[in-house]
Every structure is written in C-alpha cells, then in structure tokens.
Design a binder for this molecule. Sequence first.
Ligand code: GDP
Length: 220
Amino acid sequence: MTETPAPDFAEIGRKLFAEPCDFIWAASKIDNLPPQGAPEIAFAGRSNVGKSSLINALTNRKTLARTSNTPGRTQQLNFFALGPTPETAKLRLVDMPGYGYAAVSKEKVSSWTKLMQDYLRGRTTLMRVFVLIDGRHGLKETDTAMLDLLDRSAMSYQIVLTKKDEVKVRDVETRIAETLKALEKRPAAYPHVIFTSSDKGEGIPELRAAVAQLLAERGL
Ligand code: GDP
C-alpha cells in the first residue's frame, strides 16, 4: 500500500508568498475595517521590533511595509492582499500598529487597545496573530500585555523572534527555551517559536511554511 506523502509546506509556502502582494486598506477605527474576505494573518510587535522588515522579507519586497516609521504616529491596521489580484487573494496580511513606545499618551494607548480588542474579537477570518519579539531581549512587559490581550480574546497566536543575526549562536536555543517556558500557561499560544533574521533570510521559509500549514489545516 502506498502512503500519501506529507504535503511539502515549505514549497507551498514559498509559492504562496511569491504571489503578487498589494496594499489594500488602512483602518484606524473599528467601523472602518475592510469587509471580511480572504483569511487573514496579523503581525504585532513593539515599535522597532523589525515588523516591517519581516513583512517585506516574507513577501520578497523592499518597501511594501514601511520600515522605521515614526513610532506613535497615526495608529492603523494596514491590510495587504496576497494572490493574483486583491479580489482573488488567497491570504491577507495585516500589519498591526506597533506598541510599547514610551512617549505615547495614555489616551492613545487606550484607543490602540480598544482598536486591537475589537479587531481581535470580531474578526472571524483572522486565523492567527504572529507576535514578534526582539530576539536580543526576549519577552518584555509590554509584550506580556499584548499576550494577555490575545489570551483574553481567545485569539490563536505564535511568537516569532527577530534579529537572529544579532544573537550569539550559543544564546539562540536558550532564548527559544525561555520563550516557550513563558508561554506554558497561556491558553491561546501556539507552542512553537520561530527565530528569524530578515537581514539574512533565516527562519523566513519556516514562517511561510507555518502559514501554508495553517491554511491547509483550515481546508483553505
Ligand atoms: P518596525 O518598527 O517593527 O516595523 O521595525 P523595522 O522593520 O522598521 O526595523 C527596526 C530596526 O531594526 C531597523 O533599523 C531595521 O534595520 C532593524 N532590523 C529589522 N530586522 C532586522 C534583522 O533581521 N536583523 C537586524 N540586525 N536588524 C534588523
């Protein structure tokens, strides 16, 4: 009897992210979200964690997501469609506003939290949030607040560590282990951490494969 070979998610992911990718929508208020359509994955993280660089690396672009944008400027959710055309997109990527910027007023923090909360709770097409953590430092207090919000919203999330090229080889496994340990009691956390370097392309194929697998598990 011949067994069906396991799907090659690395290859499926590579092809998926080689599709055209276009900016389609920016929302700064919950009543201004794009109509639900293709399945979504979102990217969250502290300002400067390397979120724009990661989105650009995943999609093989240089300037799709704007890097080094001024922290604390207008906070919005940016939507990108991945597929032959925006209408026939297979997937949407959602760039969530960066958090943890010290100079932001309390008022802005609470409007940011409200927007995130409403989006996370009401978006049935959102499959998973990838929470980016600076690989040089590991989880910080503001990250913990984001994870709390995700757990409270019962929204599945996975940690992606960034800037691997700036972490000593001997510290890589330790950083992964301590991150997994911190996730143990978190109900909505996916128990696998991906360490990436957008500069060197490390971990990018693995992340694309994780997304391809996620789509396959949903039968999409
Ligand atoms: P964002 O604010 O989260 O969108 O972060 P950016 O993508 O703008 O990156 C913030 C800073 O980190 C920039 O100076 C990037 O060049 C740097 N950076 C981003 N990714 C990497 C990486 O993989 N390795 C290194 N060494 N630096 C990175």
